[in-house]
Write a protein that binds this ligand. Structure first.
Ligand SMILES: [Zn+2]
Length: 273
């Protein structure tokens, strides 16, 4: 499932592919990727890239024609580039480029979404305005995290997934950050103290930087896909030794989702001082 690093990789590759040439044609399939409407507007996209932005897990593409679109990768979506004429399974939308290639939006499970909008309205969309700060775009501090989460008694792992408070983390990076910060995922958010928020802020930054550095291909790969290596420290490593202390990693179920944790590094109670 895409989280901030995968969407940032998608942004960088779209910037590279569209930046070098011109969109000379576009085609949208009749699928629920366009459930918000705008399929005809997508087909009319033309021009050169003005900018490609990202906030949390949302991509925003603006063309110099004044047209633009929002792209959310859902669970299995990705943008891929192929020579013209090549068939791409699950291609739901296509941008034909002047360099003889076609950029496809590929999405087997159709949870992703594309919404064409005028470029100058993209950042003001209600969906964008509802998002919390993006930890890659704004320097993330412990105080900022405490302000965003510190009033809720929701378990910190569950709270970290709330895109209105902080945009970009999903199940994987929330679990990774809590392991790096040595915090139990079940701690009520408001029980954390400032030094713990500081550790968590550092952990989130490091985890995202690590994931971005580990992505080497120009097309994103999801860890759930067969044949993809698991680059994470503890995510989906139940029973394997904790990379820090060797204790077997345990699996916790929270709000119907998995959280891997090290029972030794991430004790339920805060260590007494
Ligand atoms: Zn450990």
């Amino acid at each position: 499932m895409p989280e901030l690093p995968e969407v940032e990789i998608a942004r960088r590759t779209l910037e590279r592919w569209l930046g070098g040439s011109e969109v000379t044609g576009a085609q949208a399939e009749r699928t629920r990727v366009f459930r918000a409407g705008g399929r005809a507007d997508f087909d009319r996209l033309r021009g050169r890239l003005a900018r490609a932005d990202r906030h949390g897990k949302v991509l925003l593409v603006s063309l110099d024609s004044g047209q633009g679109f929002l792209s959310h990768l859902g669970m299995t979506g990705k943008w891929v580039r192929r020579p013209a004429g090549e068939t791409v399974p699950y291609s739901r939308a296509r941008l034909t480029l002047s360099d003889g290639t076609v950029v496809h939006y590929r999405d087997p499970r159709l949870f992703g979404r594309i919404e064409p909008h005028p470029a100058d309205t993209l950042r003001a969309l209600p969906e964008l305005r509802a998002l919390g700060p993006d930890p890659l775009l704004t320097p993330l501090s412990g105080r900022q995290l405490r302000d965003a989460f510190g009033a809720t008694r929701v378990p910190i792992k569950v709270a970290l997934l709330d895109q209105r408070r902080l945009a970009g983390l999903g199940n994987i990076h929330a679990a990774e950050a809590l392991w790096r910060a040595r915090l139990h995922p079940g701690r009520p958010a408001r029980s954390l103290e400032l030094p713990e928020w500081n550790r968590l802020a550092t952990a989130i930054r490091r985890g995202l930087a690590f994931a971005l550095a580990a992505e080497d291909g120009e097309e994103i790969a999801y860890v759930e896909e067969p044949g993809t290596e698991n680059p994470f420290k503890i995510y989906a490593r139940e029973g394997e030794p904790c990379p820090r202390c060797g204790t077997p990693i345990r699996l916790l179920r929270q709000a119907g989702r998995r959280t891997d944790l090290c029972p030794r590094c991430q004790p339920v109670r805060r260590a007494s001082r």
